[in-house]
Write a protein that binds this ligand. Structure first.
Ligand SMILES: *Cc1c(COP(=O)(O)O)cnc(C)c1O
Length: 462
């Protein structure tokens, strides 16, 4: 299928300076304003202008391809950036929340996201979670037959306003990253549609339960080719058509097509865009957009990844075996996937000097090492960059989703502070960059408290 036709419309962010200029100015300002420095050697930065523009572009992308009046809920996958102020900002931009644990639901509620804009999907919901979701009226997608039986009991015991559906696994196959491929033959998610008898079981489940009105699939994340994602949506749509035909009415009124749009980690270009994906979906599955179905999407990485930057001070530089090594404060605690699976999760790194100005000069291969005590704690190996010096900064790019908000407590390293920023669109007009604390840096006393500091004698008394 000619995916390339739709893949060339790189998104130009409308607000003034491009994302890379905004980032450079934010790094400079973060150094000048002391957000990073000798005593705060690591911080996450979130580009509020970019997040707003990305949310608006997502909504416009689906407005363009859906029949007028089609209800569309974009539910941001909270796991991608589980930060209340981010969820709040997205809520202001008309985006809801997809949650998959009691913690994520609590974050969405703390952000003020209403139940009608919230979707609960997770493979292991407890009875209490289901009861809470149905009491609140939050949409729930049942993962499997046992969960559906629990929902049956709840629906019988109390009325609920929750839109309810089943998650299916279209088994279209896996992408480049096995761990993120949810539509393989043996994936743990949803009802495996191609297994013997499974499709008929799903159809019967709907015919027996007139209150099941949604159908859900999320076929994978980063590394999934677009034709597999599209194939998963097509299979889900065809199943909905079959169920509605056999029911003799439009029982399924909403399809939840999941998220999973891959992100380009190789340059500043946003590609593929949500607009390109939406157009591709309409071309490949036109019936989904003719107004008969409402839509739910669950994008995570593609909404936030490019709007986050991790900024780390270079504490020392050294050389070993002829290799230059920069010892920085960004490592496994904030880029866990990249450190443990560097082939699957490469990240771009930009070099800045001690004043936060972009470094130039001939590139030299250097290892960018983190602060943790194991040899593999490297964000990049032999990466060509201008020679780094003590007191410089490295910016780890595209880390707004699944990185700096996903702390891994190795070596009891503190969670970094996260700061939102907005830059005056016109650098000539003073170029002021304003920051706001999204999450305060973790203090050492908090690390002690979270590590059993209050139960110091717990083991002596056994
Ligand atoms: C993780 C997940 C998403 C979001 O995936 P992205 O690749 O971040 O867009 C959406 N839906 C479900 C059910 C998920 O598990």
């Amino acid at each position: 299928m000619g995916l390339d036709d739709d893949m060339d419309d790189t998104q130009v962010l409308p607000q003034g300076a491009p994302a890379s200029d905004r980032r450079d100015r934010a790094v400079r300002a973060a150094v000048e304003q002391g957000l990073v420095g000798p005593d705060a050697p690591l911080a996450g930065l979130l580009d509020v202008t970019g997040i707003r523009a990305g949310a608006a572009a997502l909504r416009a992308a689906f407005d363009e391809v859906t029949a007028p009046g089609t209800p569309v809920l974009h539910a941001f996958a909270v796991k991608a950036t589980p930060l209340v102020p981010v969820l709040r900002l997205l809520h202001d931009a008309g985006i809801g929340a997809e949650v998959a644990s009691p913690g994520e639901l609590a974050l969405a509620r703390a952000a003020g996201i209403p139940p009608a804009h919230t979707v609960l999907d997770s493979p292991a919901k407890t009875p209490a979670e289901l009861r809470e979701a149905l009491a609140l009226g939050i949409a729930v997608n049942a993962d499997n037959a046992q969960e559906l039986a629990r929902i049956d009991a709840l629906v019988q015991s109390a009325p609920t306003g929750s839109p309810l559906g089943i998650r299916v696994n279209p088994q279209v196959g896996g992408g480049a990253i096995e761990a993120l491929s949810t539509a393989t033959a043996t994936s743990k998610f949803g009802v495996p549609l191609l297994d013997e008898g499974a499709r008929e079981w799903v159809v019967r489940a709907y015919l027996d339960r007139p209150w099941l009105t949604r159908l859900h699939a999320h076929s994978g994340s980063q590394g999934m080719p677009l034709d597999l994602l599209t194939g998963g949506v097509r299979a889900t749509y065809e199943l909905a058509e079959e169920i509605n035909a056999r029911a003799g009415r439009r029982q399924i009124d909403t399809l939840d097509i999941g998220g999973g749009l891959p992100v380009n980690f190789a340059s500043d270009e946003e590609s593929p865009t949500h607009a390109a994906y939406a157009r591709l979906l309409r071309r490949e599955v036109p019936g989904l957009f003719d107004g008969r179905y409402g839509l739910v999407t669950e994008f995570g990485r593609s909404l936030l990844a490019k709007h986050g930057t991790l900024l780390a001070r270079v504490e020392y530089v050294k050389s070993a075996g002829g290799r230059g090594i920069a010892l920085t404060h960004a490592g496994v605690q904030v880029a866990t996937r990249t450190v443990y699976a560097p082939e699957a999760w490469p990240l771009r790194i930009a070099a800045y000097d001690a004043k936060g100005r972009p470094k130039s000069g001939p590139a030299v291969g250097q290892d960018i090492a983190g602060p943790a005590c194991f040899a593999g704690d490297l964000l990049a190996r032999d990466r060509p960059l201008p020679p780094l010096e003590q007191g410089d900064y490295v910016a780890v790019l595209d880390t707004g989703a699944y990185y700096f908000a996903h702390h891994y407590s190795y070596n009891s390293l503190a969670r970094p502070g996260i700061h939102g920023f907005a830059a005056d669109p016109d650098p000539g007009a003073g170029g002021a960059v304003r920051f706001s604390v999204v999450r305060a840096p973790q203090r050492v006393e908090e690390i002690v408290a979270e590590s059993g500091g209050a139960t110091r004698d717990a083991l002596r008394e056994l």
